[in-house]
Design a protein around this ligand. Structure first.
Ligand SMILES: NC(=O)c1ccc[n+]([C@@H]2O[C@H](COP(=O)([O-])OP(=O)(O)OC[C@H]3O[C@@H](n4cnc5c(N)ncnc54)[C@H](OP(=O)(O)O)[C@@H]3O)[C@@H](O)[C@H]2O)c1
Length: 297
């Protein structure tokens, strides 16, 4: 049994924290908006009044936060994780963050004689709720090993990305980038067939019963066919954050990303249309509008 602190009970964090609680670990949670911790409290988790209280006496403190700015504030701000973790404790970062942020936070923890492990996750909130996330873990071997009982209750499979937390961040960003490109290609394909009066359901079946029989096409293709973007699993806003982190990291190592530029433009277009909080599959509507279909977003 590990003593775990959990900071960030958003769409993903809520399900992940619940899995840790049900896995028999000693859990204390903190969320900036306190109301979002009520469900877990009623199920037996302790609720901390501050980040410092969520870190006191913990073996591992998990953060599952929206973006680098939130992580910077929570980890490195006064009274944050770095100031509050005991020596030798682990900060387990499970949100999707940039490579540069991982380097900065790793160095800050090292100076405080604490350890950073990065373990960004694969899968949407439904997978988080049932403990079937994919987990990309990187950090010092002993620390990653110490986190494995937590990975076991949150995820189905752990991918070991090496000793540098930045490597896990890069792997996660690359995967999201490839999903985004698949989504954009699907969006273009759906607009195209509609011009020939092909019902979207038919293209969906052709793709998912053929060579594209993969979850990315099944999950996002279904959302596009149903034209249902309000129940966001992953928002346009977060997708743009990842696309921009990928661009910055690629720039730093001189890797051209022509598809990335297009993906970012399309995500920005969706935000301009007021759809930043919708599911990022709404790229299909951006493409439909640009194709002269569905004038209204
Ligand atoms: N959703 C997905 O399908 C998915 C899949 C894989 C990975 N991810 C990644 O996982 C992370 C979390 O995603 P999510 O969908 O759970 O996001 P979310 O629902 O927007 O939750 C974000 C969490 O961050 C907290 N937060 C934001 N800014 C903060 C700040 N300045 N200080 C303290 N707390 C702050 C929020 O607290 P409040 O409640 O107070 O706002 C909330 O707990 C992101 O990095 C995302 O890219 C998401």
């Amino acid at each position: 049994m590990l003593r775990v602190g959990f900071v960030g009970l958003g769409r993903m964090g809520r399900g992940m924290a619940r899995r840790i609680l049900r896995g028999g670990h000693d859990l204390i949670v903190y969320n900036r908006t306190a109301n979002n911790a009520a469900d877990l409290a009623s199920e037996g988790a302790s609720v901390a009044p501050s980040i410092a209280a969520a870190c006191a006496d913990r073996d591992v403190v998990i953060t599952m936060l929206a973006d680098d700015a939130a992580l910077d504030e929570v980890a490195l701000g006064a009274g944050g994780v770095r100031d509050s973790l005991t020596t030798d404790a682990i900060h387990l970062v499970m949100g999707t963050h940039g490579v540069a942020a991982m380097h900065a936070i790793e160095a800050a923890h090292r100076r405080a004689r604490q350890t950073l492990v990065a373990a960004p996750v694969l899968g949407r909130p439904d997978k988080a709720a049932v403990g079937e996330l994919g987990i990309i873990a990187a950090g010092p071997e002993a620390a990653v090993h110490r986190c494995r009982p937590l990975f076991a209750v949150m995820g189905g499979r752990t991918f070991d990305a090496g000793a540098s937390p930045a490597a896990a961040a890069a792997t996660k960003l690359a995967n999201n980038f490839a999903i985004g490109c698949a989504l954009e290609a699907m969006s273009e394909a759906f607009s195209f067939v509609r011009k020939f009066d092909v019902p979207p359901q038919i293209l969906y079946e052709v793709m998912t019963e053929g060579l594209l029989a993969a979850p990315v096409y099944r999950v996002y293709g279904k959302i596009i066919v149903d034209d249902r973007y309000d129940q966001a699993g992953f928002t346009v806003q977060l997708a743009l954050k990842d696309a921009e982190l990928m661009a910055a990291a690629a720039d730093s190592v001189h890797v051209p990303l022509p598809s990335g530029a297009l993906l970012r433009d399309r995500l920005r277009d969706a935000i301009t249309q007021g759809n930043g909080e919708k599911d990022w599959a709404i790229l299909a509507r951006v493409q439909a509008r640009l194709s002269g279909l569905d004038e209204e977003d």
